[in-house]
Ligand binder design. Structure first.
Ligand code: HEC
Length: 123
């Protein structure tokens, strides 16, 4: 009897913990932020604006890092997880190119990123 209570408590604590670990959600508001930042990045890359591009891409890296953890925790879609990882990688590559002042290639990567957004939405 007492063991069952202890076990129930343990289960409840685990449930609470995972709810907290998965606190972040990929929802509409978040995705609108992703969209705004991604558009802003495309504009700043076209203007060869290093400081502004760097700000945007750092924000995107943070966002896609969250998206990647979200789908890793969720664990129910390899396709979405794959595209989240791909987007995260692309944002890091864009950051590298911006640091190097290579706006042309950074812009090309940004186009690939935009296609990756579409692939995920088309799933
Ligand atoms: C790993 C998958 C994935 C990737 C990659 C992704 N999205 Fe999304 N996106 C979603 C999901 C899931 C929704 C639906 C969210 C909801 O409505 O709850 C969504 C919804 C949206 C919406 C619509 C929000 C609304 O009004 O309903 C926009 C805009 C958006 N994403 C922009 C982007 C942009 C821009 C990118 C790329 C820079 C991107 N997304 C990359 C999964 C993804």
């Amino acid at each position: 009897m007492r063991l069952r209570v202890v076990m129930m408590l343990a289960v409840m604590m685990t449930a609470t913990w995972s709810a907290e670990a998965g606190d972040f959600e990929v929802d509409e508001d978040f995705m609108h932020e992703v969209e705004d930042t991604s558009k802003s990045l495309t504009n700043h890359l076209a203007l060869n604006n290093k400081t502004a591009s760097n700000d945007d891409v750092l924000r995107l890296i943070g966002m896609f890092s969250k998206v990647e953890s979200y789908y890793t925790l969720k664990g129910d879609s390899d396709e979405q997880l794959g595209l989240a990882q791909k987007s995260h990688e692309l944002t890091k590559e864009i950051k590298f190119l911006v640091d190097a002042g290579d706006f042309e290639h950074a812009g090309q990567k940004a186009t690939v990123l935009a296609r990756t957004c579409k692939s995920c939405h088309d799933l």
